[in-house]
Write a protein that binds this ligand. Structure first.
Ligand SMILES: [Zn+2]
Length: 297
């Protein structure tokens, strides 16, 4: 009877937290049906349970930078498929589909703009582009962004949303971890602030490199953050993992993160952090040596 049965495609796990098309959306956190337009007013956070829906990189930049305005940099860099990689379909085709779907050349946008009046260099990763994975282009753009921040002495902020290194570029994508980290080390030596924001999900080679190297590592609530997936870890260590393992709250409790901040308060927290780090000092009136207020917990 196998031929008579209707075969169903398994529902992908990540589909639940992505914004579906249409007027209404069911919240994966509280199962409430929400009017999509209403979510726009809450930065795509459920007003009832504070579930954070995943948002595109452009929207992220729009919510964090003043007047939703920024200048994009290094937009023309595109992958050349150096390994001529083919899995279930050619990597070249995957790239073309991702470009079509997102309108971007790769999985990160580098922008300069102002955050509460302070000049910043900001990178936002796009999950819709092959799972926000880091290949040569993402690594190169992040490195150049760090160098731009160093040259201009403006704080560098990276919003991660990524499944990790891009397997279709093999070892070349793994090398980006070291390259970006080295650029961040130069930024650190020069005393230029670097803030990492980890959103759902931030995993693999991204967590294992720049996403955890911030002077401040800030996560959104309930974000999946980790290196290997829970099943791989369970099979390796042959132990059951605790509840909530690899979620922001679990990591904060164990000292892996500095703060968990609701998306609706992210901009004001960043502005406060930049002032605290001295980056926003230029905005303080001259002759006012008063220390900025402490960061919230
Ligand atoms: Zn909800």
């Amino acid at each position: 009877m196998a031929w008579f049965k209707k075969t169903r495609q398994p529902i992908k796990a990540d589909r639940a937290s992505r914004m579906p098309e249409g007027l209404w959306v069911k919240c994966p956190g509280c199962s409430r049906v929400l009017y999509k337009k209403d979510l726009g007013g809450t930065l795509n956070v459920c007003p009832r349970c504070a579930h954070h829906f995943r948002i595109p990189a452009t929207e992220r930049l729009g919510t964090l930078l003043d007047h939703g305005r920024w200048t994009e940099h290094f937009a023309g860099l595109a992958s050349t498929d150096p390994l001529q990689f083919v899995d279930t379909k050619p990597y070249r085709d995957r790239l073309a589909a991702a470009r079509q779907a997102t309108g971007l050349e790769d999985a990160v946008i580098i922008a300069t703009g102002r955050l509460d009046g302070t000049d910043v260099v900001m990178a936002a990763m796009e999950y819709g582009f092959i799972g926000g994975s880091m290949g040569i282009v993402v690594g190169e753009k992040l490195t150049r962004a760090a160098e731009l921040a160093l040259e201009q002495r403006h704080p560098f902020i990276v919003v991660s949303c990524s499944g990790g290194a891009r397997m279709m570029e093999g070892a070349l994508s793994l090398m980006q971890m070291a390259k970006v980290s080295a650029a961040l080390a130069r930024l650190d030596r020069a005393g230029v602030p670097f803030i990492s924001i980890l959103t759902d999900p931030t995993t693999g080679g991204v967590t294992a490199s720049f996403a955890m190297l911030g002077d401040l590592n800030i996560a959104e609530p309930r974000a999946l953050i980790g290196f290997a997936g829970p099943r791989v870890i369970e099979q390796t260590i042959r132990q059951k993992l605790p509840e909530g393992f690899q979620r922001s709250e679990f990591l904060l409790e164990r000292g892996m993160l500095d703060l968990i901040v609701d998306r609706r308060e992210m901009k004001s927290t960043l502005a406060l952090a930049l002032r605290f780090m001295g980056a926003g000092a230029a905005r303080r009136p001259a002759g006012n040596p008063a220390a900025p207020p402490p960061l919230p917990h």
